[in-house]
Design a binder for this molecule. Sequence first.
Ligand SMILES: NC(=O)c1ccc[n+]([C@@H]2O[C@H](COP(=O)([O-])OP(=O)(O)OC[C@H]3O[C@@H](n4cnc5c(N)ncnc54)[C@H](OP(=O)(O)O)[C@@H]3O)[C@@H](O)[C@H]2O)c1
Length: 306
Amino acid sequence: MRWLILGGSGQIGEALGERLVGRGDTVVGTYRNRPPRVPGMEPLRWEKGGPTDLPWARLRPDAVIDAASFRFVDDCERHPDAADRINHRGTARAARGARKVGARYLLISTDYVFGAPTPAPHPESELPEPRCAYARSLRAAEIALLAEDDRSTIVRTSTVYSWRPRDLDVVPDLSAAPNFATWLVAETRARRPVRVVVDQVSAPTYAPDLADILVAILDHPDCTGVLHATGSTSLARYAWALRLLDAIGEAPDRIVPVTTASLGQAAPRPSNSTLGMARLTREIGRTMPDLDAQLPRWAHAVRASA
Ligand SMILES: NC(=O)c1ccc[n+]([C@@H]2O[C@H](COP(=O)([O-])OP(=O)(O)OC[C@H]3O[C@@H](n4cnc5c(N)ncnc54)[C@H](OP(=O)(O)O)[C@@H]3O)[C@@H](O)[C@H]2O)c1
């Protein structure tokens, strides 16, 4: 099989690339700034929403996995036109190219499409009501993608984290951090106090677990439309922070519990974006690991690189 991973240098793209290369498939992974570090994955520089099209005739993938987006939600709120250009129109354009060469398209989307305070967990059948520019742009991408080709798949996920030591070089502040867990480790090691919200509930998803389930979904070409795939523990961000630090043997004494309102973030966040995963269980026959199963592996990776 020939795979094209858009955002091949991201935490999801790299984890997925490792698995596909590992089983002997041909994988091209795009990047914008930092080339992917997966041995055997061919790097390709490309800007989503930019002027240059992907070299479809040369690549001729069997399937495209789109894990490339402008995903910093507060920046998206300040620059909604860029969010729409990259996340919505960039996806629509790439999907058109994929369809012309007969490639299936799988888009990674977000739990944030459920912005309204409707009861959680949100099933796949619930009509999304995005309330921030990031989520609106990805919801528009979902709609455009399904209109382009009804063989497409959308996998909504949530609060993805991983451990890649090189991410420590690019942890400016939480709003543009590679992921919350890496940011928390960086701040803890720097002995800085961190403010963490008590009133945003979601389901943390370990990137390697998401990559495993994505491979299973890709191996079911008949599995089209919307699927949800997150870790199977849902908890407030503050409770998660305590679990992360406990897993690596760090004291939580610099974590300050705060409310969302007190942070004055540019983009509104859902209060509970937990996703229902009935389709995943029914059609793929798999469930996702809970936090107890995720944390020892993440902590082992953190300790191994210390
Ligand atoms: N992380 C989460 O919690 C989460 C939750 C729900 C959904 N998602 C979705 O999952 C996808 C991947 O997330 P992730 O956590 O793997 O993100 P990530 O680690 O930040 O990776 C993002 C990838 O997209 C690339 N990229 C960003 N902007 C681009 C642009 N304008 N043109 C081309 N490439 C661009 C990045 O390249 P460079 O590194 O070279 O810039 C990188 O390869 C995103 O689409 C996101 O919306 C993520």
